[in-house]
Ligand binder design. Sequence first.
Ligand code: TA6
Length: 298
Amino acid sequence: MPATSEIDSLVARHAVGHAVAFETSPLGGVVVRLRFGVHEAVVALQGAQVLSWRHDGREMLWLSPAARLGTGKAVRGGIPVCWPWFGPHPREAAKPAHGFVRAATWNAAHTEASSREATVVLQYRPQRFMQEHEPELRLRVALSEELNLTLTTDNYWPVPFTMTAALHTYFAVSDIGEIAVEGLDGRVYVDKLDHEQRKTQAGAITIDREVDRIYLGDTSDISMVDRSTGRRLRIESSGSRSAVVWNPWTEKTQRLGDMGAPDAYRRMLCIETANAGDDTVIVPPNGQHVVTARFRVA
Ligand code: TA6
């Protein structure tokens, strides 16, 4: 449990009234609570992970009931930051899936509140910074009538840095059977459940089994539609040329063991803003790479 002195120090340096607050989460770590009008978002210092986004009081993200901070493990749900690799490490199987920053503690670098948005910028500086050519990573989370994320990799080194990454967003859904994902019609995808076969998407995506696909090409404007309510969530991105669509369904839910309930898969769908699969990024020497994701309730 974080010491009150840690919270006090963060509050003194970065709190901005009601709009940007620091508190101890019931999950066991320090979080930043952003408020904008009736909307709220909660971001953990662990992994710079958005744990909650409530739009007009409605929770838009799925978080495992089994989620706990400070366990040394990544939290299942919200918006995990996968960096500097997506999926298994390309060469060393013993390394954690989806990189190492999900379970690491980030620092609060900047906060701001205006009539337009409430913002926090969290920064990750690798422990071995200045030794292993590791870049610096920042995540900017801005809450308004929308939720906007900006993931920035700064390569301060005179050598290129190769990476894959993702904002691995777990959206909350009323029931997976009611959901359609639009905007990827005609895109080629890698089917990770069928020997990495490349297939072409025909029409909207609906989910009635485990799905684990990396869509390639222009994935910059995706909509998740709840056919039972007519609600539409728009996901607009930049700096990303791949999108991952994942639902574990029954057996993988059981194998994962941290989804919180055997039927949890019915209440979530991952639509991930990624640079994954063939979509590898090379950040040039002294260069920068920026991924943005804009979530709007349409
Ligand atoms: O993004 C989809 C995926 O790569 C799936 O294959 C599944 O492994 C999921 O991520 C969750 O990964 P995690 O390491 O969080 O259990």
